[in-house]
Design a protein around this ligand. Sequence first.
Ligand code: SF4
Length: 446
Amino acid sequence: MAISNHKLPPEQYDINFADIHPPYESKTAAQVDANHCLFCYDAPCTKSCPTHIDVPKFIKQIATDNIKGSAHTIFSSNIMGAGCSKVCPVEKLCEGACVYNLLDEPPIPIARLQRFATEKAMEQKWPLFTRKPSTGKKVAIVGAGPAGLSCAHILAREGVEVNIFEKEGKGGGLMTYGIAAYKVTPAFCQEEVDYILSIGGITIQYNRELGKDITVSELQTQYDAVYLAMGVGVARQLDIPGEELEGVEDAIRFIYDIRTKGYPAVPVGDKVTVIGMGMTAIDAATQARRLGAKEVTLVYRRTEAEKPCTDVELNIAKLDGCEIIWLAAPKEVIGENGKVTALRCSKMKLGEPDASGRRSPVDTGETFVLETDMVIKAAGQVPFESLIAAEKLANQKGRITTDEHGATNITGVFAGGDAVNGGKEVVDAVQAGKMGAQAILRFLRH
Ligand code: SF4
């Protein structure tokens, strides 16, 4: 067993990381699907979308060959509608709510249709929005992820100058750095950011980090308002013996490396164990397989019924050949010469429901040992608690506290997205950015 890079022939990487959701081959194919939509009144698909995209309207516009209008409908509600069409868990959102499910028929492929219209707009660089005359107001945004970009685009449309401070070298946040490359490629993420910025009035200062290069109080004095959208980024530790051994890695770091260093450069074990069952765990496990790991095992302390990932994500892992062990929790990482050789796990059973409503895992006292040379931790992320406290922002364990409009305890400083909710879907962050922009516009008018 060994952790190494370049495990595969060069051409195999492109095959393994090819787009998992191929687009329509023709407009006619998209229109055939669009014409199956029932264009429901009070459409449940729209209601289940966190950004409330008018789904029957944009599908009708595709059916009637108004692709530009369709893209405008989508982007008006969700400026990251192209990316969301690739990464949203649509089976539990719009497509899960489609009335065809009630007829035991496949739902309308809403995401694929959304991708068709939005990618056409990006490809053609259609200028679908214009800016209102300048208001003379300036807003600083911290974080060029989905919440920050969504907020920035609405403010720019309303004639506000926006300056975004981003700690990474590229925009897009989680979309660019935290999602499997076979769902959204780095090139696509760059195109999406460029398309959003093409409205004008938004500048991004890269490699500028809150707490190091800038502070909230500095921004507050230099701008008319501030929006904090820096997300969450610190991986939760397992707090078990052996966690410091060589070969134990954070899933967030592993995925980040895949997206920034290039596939062949990223080392991966032969027998990889991934702890967790959320989207990040699935993305780490499937990509470990696609990088050339011979065996990948996902370990989760509850059962399939309580898993946080969707059935679709779980199926991707299964199709990639990942093994799954339910009702198992990591107890000790075992090593030799400073390197991981095995993981001891506790066998669990389900007890009473916890605060999340899911039945809690209870240790049975029995253990088993899994041979492994790499352990990837994907047990969630924790907020930037000390940074938030240092900036004197009211918070709950590092999650910024806001009122219902996104206002923090500091006048003129607003916050939204994962920094407030602790980590949800990309589409939730886009909606938070919209709400934050509306609150800032009301604040600027007074
Ligand atoms: Fe069309 Fe399904 Fe939405 Fe009805 S629920 S409008 S059929 S996509």
